[in-house]
Unconditional design. Structure first.
Length: 155
């Protein structure tokens, strides 16, 4: 297998694997022992531009940065492509979660795309719980099928 394919596989596995990491961390860490950092995200406030929850951005960015730096030191070795996959997932998460869903920057306000309507609905269901218990829909880019079906029925 050539370096191109190895690097592509590393990138794709890192990017897609981050959805599982994000789901697990969201469910068991953010809604668990670090609820005190995530709680303000479930209590909407128009007074604050930043939330304590935004600290998770820094936590999640560390593995990506480490991979990118170590990969650069090894002449774009596989760690670079893993770091890039993690970093691009972080960018996708920011665009979908902070910009599209929560409208922290007023872009992408309206869409008729079924996938994006399903993401928005699943996230709305997640936020109907104001406490750390009884949550659902902890992922971001992989949406349960029932929300796709619902998005198909509504326009």
């Amino acid at each position: 297998m050539t370096d191109f394919w190895i690097n592509t596989v590393c990138f794709l596995l890192a990017f897609s694997g981050m959805e599982g990491v994000a789901w697990f961390t969201h469910k068991y860490v953010m809604h668990g022992m670090l609820w005190n950092l995530h709680q303000d995200h479930h209590t909407p406030s128009k007074d604050h531009v930043m939330e304590k929850n935004d600290l998770f951005f820094l936590i999640f960015s560390i593995p990506g940065i480490i991979g990118l730096v170590l990969g650069l030191w090894t002449n774009f070795g596989f760690l670079f492509w893993i770091g890039l996959g993690i970093t691009i997932y972080g960018l996708a998460y920011f665009l979908v979660h902070d910009i599209f869903i929560h409208q922290r920057i007023k872009w992408f306000k309206r869409t008729n795309n079924r996938y994006f309507r399903a993401i928005r609905k699943a996230h709305k269901v997640h936020h109907k719980h104001r406490n750390k218990h009884n949550g659902e829909c902890f992922g971001m880019l992989w949406v349960p099928l029932k929300y796709f079906k619902e998005a198909s029925r509504t326009r």
